[in-house]
Design a binder for this molecule. Sequence first.
Ligand SMILES: NC(=O)c1ccc[n+]([C@@H]2O[C@H](COP(=O)([O-])OP(=O)(O)OC[C@H]3O[C@@H](n4cnc5c(N)ncnc54)[C@H](O)[C@@H]3O)[C@@H](O)[C@H]2O)c1
Ligand SMILES: O=C(O)C(=O)C[C@]1(C(=O)O)C=C[C@@H](O)C=C1
Length: 365
Amino acid sequence: MTTILIKGLGLIGSSLALGIKQGHPGVRIIGIDQDAASLSYARQQGIIDVSAPNLAAVAGDADVIILAGPVDVIVADLHQLATLTLKAGVLVTDVGSTKQVVMRAGHALQQQGVSFIGGHPMAGSHKSGVTAGRANLFENAFYFLVPGRTDQAAVERLQVWLQATHVKWLTVTAMQHDRIVGQLSHLPHIVAAALVDQTQVALADSPLGLRLAAGGFKSITRIASSDPTMWAAILMTNAELITNQLQDYIDQLIRIKTAISAHDQPVLHDFFATAKVTRDHLGPERLGGLPNFYDLFLNVPDQVGAIADVTRRLAQAQLSIVNIHILEIREDVDGVLQLTFSDLKTQTQAASLLTDAGYQIARRN
Ligand SMILES: NC(=O)c1ccc[n+]([C@@H]2O[C@H](COP(=O)([O-])OP(=O)(O)OC[C@H]3O[C@@H](n4cnc5c(N)ncnc54)[C@H](O)[C@@H]3O)[C@@H](O)[C@H]2O)c1
Ligand SMILES: O=C(O)C(=O)C[C@]1(C(=O)O)C=C[C@@H](O)C=C1
């Protein structure tokens, strides 16, 4: 029986585990995570078959090793794997969001003849942790591969293991990867977080402040809810490229600031017109990957049994909820319940069932 070892059972590690099980039901998946609750959840849900305390205990049993912790942890794991005795023919890969530092850390393994392939699925979410994992998280998304000196046969073996993720493979160098992803992912996360932090300070004296934010602010800042540990590691491992890209972005902001001060209508119009043409060509948000989650935000009365009533109605209709969250965003009025479903069909059925029962849908995404 083939053994797959996954270290880091968060959003990405658990989604890959689910995808691998879907495509290869016969495999045995061993999971490692520093968080005991994530491990036991993964075992209970059948995401993994067994858990292990650390790499040293089980790395030698694995046919495929997937490193899915934060990038700095992946780097340390690769150094450690180079000191362990691994199975002949083992495939080692990672999912980290930066690749130059990771490929340098994997160099010793490759020198030993171990097939190490850097990887990065270009899909994910601001949600983290094992409970957010989904087999179809990566469907239709690009998946970067950085083989370095590892041969094509090993790359193809890895692709077979991950075939049920239904990704679009793209082989690049580590430098190409970090430059593209720095601009398309790392910089936007900085922009989103900076905007939230700056707005919080700017509106600190306003009674409602950020609570007045509507669609514009919320859509540009969704990714500011991402995991801080993961993002600090990403920025520290792509520092040079990101600081250059950030400087270009700052220059762009200064150019616009100057045009506003000068009341330069043509420059301002051109600024928005150019961006609109580019963004319109990108298509809707779901292009390049399925929408990540199907949420309903429901107004619920602040009374005993209100949430039970919602979940009972959904259970009776056999509509499964992936996640449930009570949002305390509306004081003294109704509460808002965030219900997450695994697909559009279930979300649509739940919305119509709950609307028929008299509930008001606050919004969906
Ligand atoms: N979130 C995304 O959108 C996304 C997309 C593609 C790639 N990635 C990359 O995938 C990796 C995982 O991201 P994620 O979103 O799944 O994060 P996550 O926070 O959901 O999961 C990380 C998991 O690793 C575990 N972990 C952390 N340090 C550990 C250690 N020292 N030993 C054992 N377990 C440890 C955590 O307990 C957690 O379960 C990161 O390298 C990230 O850069 C993230
Ligand atoms: O969709 C999101 O919330 C993401 O942040 C996913 C996202 C990104 O697009 O920036 C985040 C980090 C990854 O390494 C790849 C994808």
